[in-house]
Design a protein around this ligand. Structure first.
Ligand code: SAM
Length: 287
């Protein structure tokens, strides 16, 4: 297939339109990993790529019919040869945390700064390139907890990047799952390339997850709706005295998440990371 069809949504960085579009896209049956986000100084862009023009046109028509205020929607056509090389130009190795440097797999011969640990990543597929605030915050918190955990659970692993960070930060036992079987495949490859395989890595919906263990550290980078809806399940995976990181919370949704999680007896909020658009919370479960 030589052509890719992009449906592009452009809106102001601040304001509810971006979250509305995101939620509506998920509601239309797309997975998080199909949604590509980019934030500039004042603008937020959300793109969906299709191989079939008819599918792109269908999405464009549906969303234009919604008449979303403040959202500019258009379709762009990319010749695949251009697209395949152009996106690579924008990719450079970058610092994910203080200690870990992400290096795209296609640049695997790139130099990693001295004293840093490289994490090689297939940046073409599942969510979790490390550039998104929600991933970066989670990775930074995991690294800061180094020494406090031996067992780790990654809920919604995407590219597997956080499971990798946990391994690098000393986890001895790592479990990860994702509702999207495609993401699990990508995660497996990413973790194997880095010599950091998971003990358990599978396709699973958090709703249906029945783990055999409780974990010293659990990370869930999910949409706010799921963090709230599956709160009981997520917390039940945390060992008493263990830590929980939740991420994927837009600044607008912070009060809602605080209300639900702070109301829980035995869960103490230790830290909140707040960025331009997103936030992450670190909790400790009482022993
Ligand atoms: C925002 S991405 C996070 C990916 C990665 N952990 C990171 O931090 O970059 C959310 C991931 O959770 C997965 N997901 C969404 N709903 C889920 C569910 N109900 N159960 C399990 N995984 C889910 C998505 O497929 C996606 O890969």
């Amino acid at each position: 297939m030589n052509i890719l069809y992009e449906v592009l949504f452009e809106m102001k960085l601040q304001g509810p339109s971006g979250d509305l579009v995101y939620a509506a896209l998920l509601g239309s049956g797309l997975a998080c990993s199909d949604i590509v986000e980019e934030s500039g100084k004042s603008q937020r862009k959300i793109s969906i790529f299709f191989q079939q023009a008819v599918a792109a046109r269908r999405l464009l028509k549906t969303f234009k019919a919604f008449g979303l205020k403040g959202v500019n929607i258009k379709m762009r056509v990319h010749r695949r040869t251009d697209w395949e090389t152009r996106w690579k130009e924008d990719w450079k190795p970058f610092a994910l945390t203080q200690k870990i440097h992400v290096i795209p797999l296609f640049l695997k011969n790139a130099k990693c700064p001295r004293g840093k640990t490289p994490f090689y990543l297939d940046t073409t597929a599942a969510f979790g390139t490390g550039l998104h605030e929600t991933t970066r915050f989670s990775a930074q918190l995991i690294e800061q907890l180094q020494g406090c955990f031996q067992t780790f659970l990654d809920v919604g692993t995407g590219s597997g990047i956080l499971a990798g960070v946990a391994r690098i930060s000393g986890a001895r036992y790592v479990e990860a799952f994702d509702i999207d079987a495609g993401a699990v495949k990508v995660a497996r490859k990413n973790l194997e390339v880095n010599g950091l395989p998971c003990d358990v890595l599978k396709a699973c919906d958090v709703q249906k997850y029945h783990g055999k263990h409780r974990f010293d550290l659990v990370v869930a980078n999910l949409i706010t709706h799921d963090l709230v809806a599956f709160q009981g399940k997520i917390i039940s995976c945390v060992q008493p005295g263990g830590h929980l990181i939740i991420s994927g919370i837009s600044l607008k949704n912070m009060p809602l998440v605080r209300k639900h999680y702070n109301a829980l007896v035995g869960l103490k909020c230790l830290k909140v990371l707040k960025g331009k658009e997103w936030s992450a919370f670190l909790f400790q479960r009482g022993s």
